[in-house]
Design a binder for this molecule. Structure first.
Ligand code: KIV
Ligand code: ZN
Length: 388
């Protein structure tokens, strides 16, 4: 039977850390309600100790959300954990997300301490959090650059202390997909109590590998992916929710599924882009303006004969506005005939051959030939050759 991959959305926490993306409580609440409708399993609502505004947002989200787990971030600091627990007090299903850096960069440069001390602090943080809720997620920050043997010791100890989810962040987006997948598989095979916790992937996109790494992580045995709408997040961003969800849906042989209503992906992407004031790049997978646009003659001809020739996803499935045949100087005759037909001109093959020459002259001068340009071309053409 297919296994579920839990979708942990951190748009409102890691995504909101992006400069210029800060949201007020009302905006956060509206997006949280949409995320619940989308079907995410966990909403990371914020970092309650970071500011009174974020505390209030996590409180309001906790009150409003009915079924989805609501999570608050904290450092491995008692006060942080207490404040996160207070902000989550109205949540029907609260989760505290606590953790500490485990790589040498963090242990030596950030904390100036030892591996043993970090391990103790990790265990202590989980114990503090467990006083408030049974759902405690531990993150080993910079796990991507942490040696597997030490990471396994930390993970075993925090599970023993009560962690129910263990997050293995590739905080700096450093890992290659095979390295990240092997890291997860290593934990699966070498942590004696790993069956008592869900392993979570939290990948950043500094090398453009966040989606590939998260998928490699679930192939290695993780069953939760932390991600954001449009891939928003620190620096180059986090794993894009829409991408991992569609990879899992497309590749059925993985034997995995998510609870996401994929038809909401495009509308919600637009809403997040507007609310967070960060546009989506046109060539972005799944939700970019060009994700279902075809502009070269070879592609257009194939697509018009059978859409599956050049599209692996039906745009309806992800709530996109449909496929587009864009007319540029690289377009071919089939695309021209198709676009003319769409606005009411049913030309013969000979008509199109002639019109194509005038079309190219216009197309060479502008970036995209629009409907008005087609009407002008039709007007300039001999009207008696129009058959309908
Ligand atoms: O990237 C990271 O390591 C994080 C942790 C706080 C989970 O965002
Ligand atoms: Zn992160």
């Amino acid at each position: 039977m297919d296994q579920q991959v839990f979708i942990f959305d951190t748009t409102l926490r890691d995504g909101e850390q992006v400069p210029g993306c800060k949201l007020n409580t009302k905006e956060k609440l509206e997006l949280a309600l949409k995320l619940e409708t989308l079907g995410v399993d966990i909403i990371e609502a914020g970092f309650p100790i970071s500011s009174p505004g974020d505390f209030e947002s996590v409180t309001q989200i906790s009150k409003a959300i009915q079924n989805t787990v609501v999570c608050g971030l904290s450092r491995a600091v008692e006060k942080d954990i207490e404040v996160a627990a207070q902000a989550l007090k109205y949540a029907k299903r609260p989760r505290i997300h606590t953790g500490i850096g485990t790589s040498d960069f963090h242990i030596k440069s950030k904390f100036n301490t030892t591996k043993e001390e970090i391990l103790q602090r990790a265990v202590q943080a989980v114990k503090w959090a467990r006083k408030f809720t049974d759902d405690v997620e531990f993150y080993a920050e910079d796990a991507g650059r942490t040696g597997n043997e030490y990471l396994a010791r930390v993970i075993e100890a925090v599970i023993k202390a009560g962690a129910t989810v263990v997050n293995i962040p590739d905080t700096t987006g450093y890992c290659l997909p095979d390295q990240y997948g092997e890291k997860i598989a290593f934990l699966k095979n070498n942590v004696s109590n790993i069956d008592k916790a869900v392993i979570s992937c939290h990948c950043h996109n500094d090398l453009g590998l966040a989606t590939a790494n998260s998928i490699s992580g679930v192939i290695g045995g993780a069953r939760q992916i932390e991600c954001t709408i449009n891939g928003l997040g620190e620096r180059a961003g986090n794993t894009a929710l829409e991408e991992v969800v569609m990879v899992i849906k497309q590749h059925k042989h993985l034997g995995l599924f998510t609870n996401i209503d994929t038809k909401m992906l495009n509308p919600l992407s637009r809403e997040v882009a507007e609310t967070m004031r960060v546009g989506v790049q046109p060539n972005k997978a799944i939700v970019g303006a060009n994700a279902f646009s075809h502009s070269s003659g070879i592609h257009q001809d194939g697509f018009l004969k059978d859409s599956l020739t050049y599209e692996i996803i039906n745009p309806d499935e992800v709530g996109a506005d449909g496929s587009r045949i864009v007319l540029t100087a690289r377009s071919g005759r089939s695309a021209l005939a198709y676009r003319f037909q769409k606005i009411g001109y049913d030309y013969t093959r000979n008509d199109i051959d002639t019109l194509y020459q005038s079309f190219l002259q216009v197309a060479d001068k502008i970036k995209e030939v629009q409907e008005d340009d087609l009407h002008a071309l039709a007007k300039a053409y001999k009207p008696e050759s129009i058959t309908a």
